[in-house]
Design a protein around this ligand. Sequence first.
Ligand code: DAH
Length: 339
Amino acid sequence: MLEKIKKIKEEILSGLSSTQKDAESFRLRYLSKKGIISELFDSFKALPSEQKKQYGKKLNELKQLATQKLEEIRASGESTGKEKDKPDLTRPGIQLPLGTRHPVSIIRREIIDIFTRLGFVISEGPEIEDDWHVFSALNFPQDHPARDMQDTFFIRRNPDILLRTHTSSVQVRVMEKQQPPIRTISPGRVFRNEAISARAHCIFHQVEGLYIDEGVSFADMRQVLLYFAREMFGQETQIRLRPSFFPFTEPSAEMDISCSICGGSGCNVCKYSGWVEIMGCGMVDPNVLDNCNIDSEKYTGYAFGMGIERIAMLKYQVNDLRLYFENDKRFLDQFISAW
Ligand code: DAH
């Protein structure tokens, strides 16, 4: 037994055992319940009492030595542990993935950019509107189907309050506040009570345009819209204006562009007609000017309105409206823009 004690003592003092680098493995080897020293204590108990005196002292000394050594290993381990925690300033930084702009935002910016180059300024209005700004001031007769509950989200407690169904309401707000010359565009969200499908959604985005001054003509409107179409879809783009009806414009038209996909020769996007519709427009009805306290004898003007998703669908050839609202990162990551 004395031999064993001596060997263990030497082992501890030499520091050669691999366990001496790590406090826990050292403790397990020497000081745990099943460790070498505890085993020695067990065999010590079985010794005849006259031998106990001789070994007891040596064993206690050995245990003390091991305990002291364990403290030392722990102390040195702590200091090297702290070293490890210090940041390594030479390591490269963590790269944060950069987001992309939403396609609707990209197209909205492009539309705004084209019209602001022509001197149009941006104006905005509330999404929760009243009947006057969305319908009445815009010359909608009381029984017009667009006021029907099926198209418009009304606030149940007050049918005078509703979610705007078009950004034409902002025209009214601008004209009420400001006298001509007025040259403004109004981008914004609009709401309609539609079942969601590939071609319809209950929320979408529009840009409204309004130009009012003395002597503004239909030809002025046509030229500005031609400029817009060519900036947006390419210089070879042609436009055509088809007679249409809106309560707030007279005359009214719908504008088609030559199909940007097939160049006019016919494809399934333009349904083999060579043309695709992109907006409504017309000369502001004198009733609307009068409703907004603008002298309809003195001033004339034009207005136009387009859906941003519709332009995006044509530009990106993504024909399911729902994709613009789902925010699937795999879809959004495909749109890289200069904006
Ligand atoms: N507000 C119309 C709509 O939502 C679009 C529109 C048509 C706006 C003709 C206009 C316009 O300003 O002149 O369908």
